[in-house]
Design a protein around this ligand. Structure first.
Ligand SMILES: NC(=O)c1ccc[n+]([C@@H]2O[C@H](COP(=O)([O-])OP(=O)(O)OC[C@H]3O[C@@H](n4cnc5c(N)ncnc54)[C@H](O)[C@@H]3O)[C@@H](O)[C@H]2O)c1
Length: 250
């Protein structure tokens, strides 16, 4: 029920943070995990770490903000490993900016990585999945900022994650007839490089509440992704699963 033996999984932003935790969990379940990141050296180091631990992995450099880079990266992965079974749209920027200080450049930077990037990846990978004809899984990593963890300064961030959640529903509808499911995981607080060094004003607002069970680890998010990726979830599509250590209760 929970094996990914023989499957190829492509995880964006997997050189560090939550993506690295997702990659570990998927590799332990038997998948060949493609570490796709703008940080080429970091992606190669992560793939090497998984291989050294006895798993199957490869690295690909990709800049999600550049259409040509996404098209080339997905074509490279398909030619090396075949069509992925699983795409995890995980890479994302978490910078904050208060409304009156937000610029078009700042808004575009966040939306380009967090929403436009997943659109491009989904288009390219889903096309490969459909051509291969074996179905597949897509998991989008949004945020509990959509439900209960919103902080001041999150206009662009929350809008980008709202777009990603809407992309989940729209693509789930178009891909269901091809045997491809699309679901969303909403992480709560995870102490990653991106979260610790996010630029902008300090978090203020409801998000200063704390998860009752402590901070999640990247692997906790990986476990939720694993569920959506395996045969256990074959009839689960267009769903959201929050992994937030009780944040909704605080
Ligand atoms: N950490 C948290 O508390 C938290 C909470 C909710 C949601 N999330 C979401 O989880 C995801 C991962 O967050 P994280 O905390 O691990 O972030 P992180 O900054 O630690 O890691 C993000 C990774 O994405 C890569 N990346 C950035 N821009 C890219 C681009 N243009 N092309 C390709 N790769 C790029 C980075 O190199 C990095 O390896 C994000 O989508 C984030 O919004 C995180």
């Amino acid at each position: 029920m929970f094996s990914l033996d023989g499957k190829v999984a492509l995880v964006t932003g997997a050189a560090s943070g939550i993506g690295a935790g997702i990659a570990e969990v998927l590799a332990e379940a038997g998948a060949t995990v493609i570490i796709a990141d703008i940080d080429k050296a970091g992606a190669e180091a992560m793939a090497e770490r998984l291989v050294t631990a006895g798993h199957k992995s490869d690295a690909i450099a990709v800049d999600l903000t550049a259409e040509t880079s996404v098209v080339r990266a997905v074509a490279d992965v398909v030619s090396r490993h075949g069509a992925p079974w699983l795409l995890v749209n995980n890479a994302g920027l978490q910078d904050r900016q208060l409304l009156f200080d937000e610029t078009v450049a700042g808004w575009d930077r966040t939306l380009n990585v967090n929403a436009r990037g997943p659109f491009l990846m989904t288009r390219e990978v889903a096309q490969a999945m459909v051509t291969a004809g074996g179905g597949g899984r897509i998991v989008n990593i949004a945020s509990t900022a959509l439900i209960n963890m919103l902080a001041k300064g999150h206009a662009a961030y929350a809008a980008s994650k709202g777009a990603l959640a809407a992309l989940t529903t729209a693509t789930a509808l178009e891909l269901v007839s091809h045997g491809i499911t699309v679901n969303t995981v909403l992480p709560g607080g995870v102490a990653t490089p991106g979260a610790m060094h996010a630029k902008g004003p300090p978090p203020e607002g409801p998000a200063i509440r704390r998860p009752l069970m402590g901070m999640c680890e990247p692997r906790d998010i990986g476990a939720a992704v694993l569920f959506f990726a395996t045969p256990a979830a074959r009839y689960v599509t267009n769903q959201q699963l929050a992994v937030d250590a009780g944040w909704t209760l605080s």
